[in-house]
Design a protein around this ligand. Structure first.
Ligand code: DC
Length: 224
């Protein structure tokens, strides 16, 4: 029987590292829904710039085909056949993804895609509305949270590993801006599902976060 593990939470809370590794350990698919919003953000930006006009964005959705592919053991995202995995990892696209994600037509389009990908397969999905909207019947739900200072520190470290120059106070401001938009939007705002397990990752190592989720998932696998 297939199962779904949902992991939601704000930027930098540890979702990606945990979801990716847990999926690897359980040998199931990893679904990065944030990457899908980033893909739409990138496409919209390239076609009409930063304007957030739903009437102009809606027809663009018909031109978008998003696929995930495994390349040398890594999950890559393809937009209309082109690998955009690296291109979508910057602050401009983070903000653009957050902006387009407020639009109902964009959410409906991507939620359909996410459900299609998940048909008849077990997976670990991460995002903002996985446990609340996309897969409300997920067998296991987690909400990862963390202080904003720690999240900014983690992001800053990620950027410096990629040799990208950043200022931690800028990163903190950008994260706060995105948190505010993601939590206050009208459609599927970021919030913890009533039946989710809260993980405060502020003082947890990556390994502790992963092991916490894996332990719960193993119990679930034993039951189904
Ligand atoms: O997880 P991420 O940082 O890659 O997500 C980028 C943006 O996409 C995030 O700020 C809000 C949006 N998003 C969303 O609205 N719903 C999701 N399930 C995933 C991401």
């Amino acid at each position: 029987m297939s199962f779904i593990i949902a992991i939601d939470g704000p930027a930098g809370s540890g979702k990606t590292t945990t979801a990716k590794r847990v999926a690897e350990i359980l040998k199931v698919i990893y679904l990065d829904t944030g990457a899908m919003y980033r893909a739409v953000g990138l496409y919209v930006l390239s076609k009409i710039g930063e304007t957030l006009d739903e009437d102009k964005i809606k027809p663009l959705l018909n031109e978008i085909e998003i696929r995930f592919e495994n390349v040398s053991g890594e999950r890559r995202i393809l937009l209309n056949g082109r690998d955009i995995s690296d291109e979508i990892r910057n602050e401009t696209i983070s903000q653009m993804a957050s902006k387009v994600s407020t639009l109902k037509s964009v959410r409906d389009f991507l939620v359909d895609e996410q459900r299609r990908i998940s048909k008849n397969t077990s997976l670990v999905a991460e995002g903002r509305d996985i446990g609340t909207v996309v897969f409300p019947h997920a067998q296991l739900k987690f909400y990862m949270d963390c202080t904003i200072d720690e999240r900014a520190k983690r992001r800053s470290l990620e950027y410096s590993e990629k040799k990208i120059q950043t200022d931690i106070s800028d990163i903190k401001r950008q994260i706060a801006e995105r948190d505010e938009r993601d939590k206050s939007r009208a459609h599927a705002p970021l919030k913890m599902a009533d039946d989710a397990i809260l993980i405060d990752t502020t003082s947890m190592s990556k390994e502790e976060q992963i092991q916490f989720v894996v332990a719960k998932a193993q119990k679930l696998k034993d039951c189904i």
